[in-house]
Design a binder for this molecule. Sequence first.
Ligand SMILES: Cc1ncc(C[n+]2csc(CCOP(=O)(O)OP(=O)(O)O)c2C)c(N)n1
Length: 293
Amino acid sequence: MQFASRWLPRNGRPEVTHATGNSYLKDGVLPHMWCAGCGIGTMMGALVRSFEELGYRKSQTVVVTGIGCTGKLDDYLVTNALHTTHGRALAYATGIKAFKPELKVVVIMGDGDGVTIGGNHFIHAARRNMDLTAIVLNNLNYGMTGGQASATSPGASITSTTGYGNPERDFDICALAEAAGANFVARTTTYHGWELKDSIKTALTKTGFSLVEVMSPCPTQFGRRNEMKETTAMLLSLRDRATPLDHYRELPEAQRVGRFSTGILVDRGEPGFNERYAAVRERAVREAEGATS
Ligand SMILES: Cc1ncc(C[n+]2csc(CCOP(=O)(O)OP(=O)(O)O)c2C)c(N)n1
């Protein structure tokens, strides 16, 4: 089965890609398990197209996931894969990349995995500027376990654990990554399929910690409780809320309510962990040899 090869980008300019990414999918795995309207399949399509366009070798690529609907993604791929524990995917990925810097390591997480139970690993992977690409699909709740509130469920939203409205405030995942030191941060949505593929592709080419936040409310658990009963309503909401960074910056505070900035939000280009670590190792070896000679 082939993914549709046409996307309608935000500016309405139709573009065509011949990349299907199909060679990175296991035979016979489609149709996938995700609910109708869920964006995880869209994200997987963007990821495998990016691999194809960048010519990623399967044997050199490792997709690391945690637990959750989003964490099921590695089941579909023929790359190396490591399905880890809830919230700890970045810790496993850090070990892989530190030991084998030549591998391309991509970490796929839900918002629960990535920044709720996994918040501490997330902060420190960004602080270390680990040479990883983290893709967080933000569906605004714990999808797999029944739609409980996560650290990204908006204040006042209705979830299975906040039946009268969420009293907590939500994380801005991109702001968190930026503050912690990530080299590259981008945000887009599953409505903007073409931009999604480009964001992932760009992130994969960066050194240091790169993050793509993919906004895609869970239609089954979150949408139906929060006035997005139909999948189309959810997609139109993504279309209307997503605001390119330049435009977002110009908006007065009051007009930012209900919107989020999209595009490349941070691009620092600082040395990543592997480069810094190699320099430290070299110095240590030099000094140790100097001490024994
Ligand atoms: C340590 C641990 N705590 C809790 C769970 C139960 N659990 C499994 S998936 C999940 C929620 C996943 O939510 P998220 O990471 O946002 O992914 P989604 O399913 O929404 O894609 C939870 C709480 C678990 N497997 N392990």
